[in-house]
Design a protein around this ligand. Structure first.
Ligand code: AMP
Length: 211
């Protein structure tokens, strides 16, 4: 089974991806996480990528597709988080999956009001060690600066500030929103409102049980 999560910035894709991947034994594939892993290398390429990501724009399709290609080919399926983000990426994913006799089974479109998306963005804190994600408004760690799970110092992503959020949101409207119509036309789109974690996951589970 292959599932795509489509949503505005900080709508809960990462959290849902983790829950779904565990319940259905799918491999989570987040292009944002793959890119952040490249940034850690600190080489010339990472400087180029960081500049684009910190400005709220998209990395070029060819680079993203090369990252995804390296990961594809397991036999249990994927939960795509933050990919595809453009029509070109969606077409390329289709071609890639067809070439390995596979396909997308569902696209879950998670909706959330823009103000909530903003608050989730500027309140997000991430553990660089165990990758646990917190939010100082919605899902606080016991100590605002320390990870409950492993005790590491939490960090705020460079792009989780209001100015970059606005740019990322505009990029989402322009580049990624057209995918809603694209997948609707293919009969794959299911819309889910992110009210709270449990309710959203329950709605998604219901959809996936029907595949
Ligand atoms: P995310 O962690 O999904 O919010 O992604 C963080 C940033 O990484 C985005 O704002 C983009 O700059 C870049 N990025 C992640 N996924 C993609 C993608 N599929 N296509 C282009 N850029 C991406």
């Amino acid at each position: 089974m292959n599932i795509i999560l489509l949503a505005p910035p900080a709508a809960g894709k990462g959290t849902m991806s983790e829950l779904i991947s565990k319940k259905y034994d799918l491999e989570p594939l987040s292009t944002g996480d793959l890119l952040r892993a490249v940034l850690n290398k600190g080489d010339e390429e990472s400087v180029r990528l960081k500049k684009i990501m910190d400005s709220g724009q998209l990395i070029d399709d060819d680079y993203i597709l090369s990252l995804v290609k390296e990961k594809l080919g397991n036999n249990k399926g994927y939960i795509f988080d933050g990919f595809p983000r453009t029509i070109n990426q969606a077409d390329a994913l289709d071609t890639l999956l067809t070439s390995i006799n596979d396909k997308i089974d569902k696209v879950i479109y998670i909706t959330v009001p823009k103000e909530v998306s903003l608050k989730r963005t500027i309140g997000r804190r991430v553990c660089p060690n165990c990758k646990k994600v917190y939010n100082i408004y919605f899902n606080k760690p016991k100590n605002e600066k320390i990870c409950d799970e492993c005790g590491s110092n939490l960090i705020k992503r460079n792009d989780d500030v209001e100015e970059v959020f606005n740019k990322r949101y505009d990029t989402y409207l322009k580049e990624t929103m057209p995918l809603i119509e694209y997948y609707k036309n293919k009969g794959l789109l299911e819309e889910v409102e992110n009210i709270d974690k449990e309710e959203t996951f329950a709605q998604i589970t219901k959809i996936l049980e029907e595949i």
